[in-house]
Design a binder for this molecule. Structure first.
Ligand code: ZN
Length: 198
């Protein structure tokens, strides 16, 4: 049964395909958009297209950026010999918000999960190992405290160990299964300061 015009249905369908947006939210958003002033709708559409076209991966750390190198990798004030490995760009943002971390990052874009069929080749691990050919003093593994995060941490540590580079893991002040991005800055800093060598 079609309640709405096909244009509205199409918008609802596109919106409900987004993560975390159920059928109800999609309807609510669709009607909100339809009632927007035209210039706001234009701005929204334009920002989606422009972000999609221009945002790319930093060629050094693989975070999302609109330049070849992200501002962190470009910065001379950062310690490029300390690399923090995180699962997502959102995790990077969480650590950046603390304002206390002076090293650089490496974004894996996922974690190893045998259950979901995600192997080491499916995340940016090879790229991390390539970076370690340069001068690196420490790799801080800050993957999530979930089964996948721990599996990934263990895998990376085994991979790096033979190179003699110091490998540390953030302390488990971060609750099990907790997504880094939802954890407050104090807890994040404590986890970083209390990191242990693997
Ligand atoms: Zn970067």
């Amino acid at each position: 049964m079609e309640y709405y015009s096909s244009e509205i249905n199409r918008l609802i369908e596109e919106l409900s395909a987004l993560p975390g947006i159920g059928a109800k939210s999609a309807q609510r958003l669709a009607f909100h958009i339809i009632n927007m002033p035209m210039e706001n709708a234009d701005r929204l559409a334009e920002s989606i297209l422009s972000a999609r076209k221009n945002v790319r991966y930093c060629k050094e750390c693989f975070t999302l950026t609109d330049d070849e190198l992200c501002p962190i990798c470009r910065s001379r004030n950062r310690n490029h010999r300390v690399i923090m490995v995180v699962e997502t760009t959102r995790d990077l943002a969480a650590y950046e918000k603390t304002g206390k971390y002076e090293g650089v990052y490496h974004v894996l874009h996922g974690a190893i999960s045998p259950m979901l069929g995600i192997g080491p080749g499916d995340i940016r691990l090879k790229e991390l190992m390539q970076r370690l050919q340069g001068d690196v003093d420490e790799v801080i593994i800050a993957t999530n405290n979930s089964l996948e995060g721990e599996t990934t941490a263990m895998y990376i540590s085994k991979l790096i160990k033979p190179s003699g580079i110091k490998v540390t893991r953030i302390a488990s002040g971060v609750p099990v299964g907790g997504d880094l991005e939802y954890i407050d800055e104090v807890t994040l800093l404590r986890a970083l300061e209390g990191r242990v060598e693997l």
